[in-house]
Design a protein around this ligand. Sequence first.
Ligand code: MN
Length: 130
Amino acid sequence: MQHTVLIVEDNDLNMRLFKDVLTLAGFRILEAGDGAFALRQATDERPDLIVLDIQIPGLNGLEVVRRLKKDAVLRRIPVLVVSAYAQAADRGRARANGSDGYLAKPFSPKALIASVEALLPTREPQTTGG
Ligand code: MN
């Protein structure tokens, strides 16, 4: 079964990277460039997982996590928070707000796929090639 991942990222190059890596890994991708649209996409599409950049316009990623985790239904969607390595305090804040995983930029494609798959326990093992 194909899982759907909602990618929330405002930077076009980063979005492209996320999208390419996760598409190649077999995921269906939804995109949002800001926090308000991310919450709307989560509500309307119920993705299996959300990859969420902290630094996005409008509602920032931490606020998006907080709102998702307050919702009785949406709280079940695993959230992988992504932020710049320099922003070390983000990891603690993300965890405090209820995020399920954390990945610091820059990261390798392998690390991204591993982090996503770790939050999808029912996913069938797949060969990623190479
Ligand atoms: Mn950003």
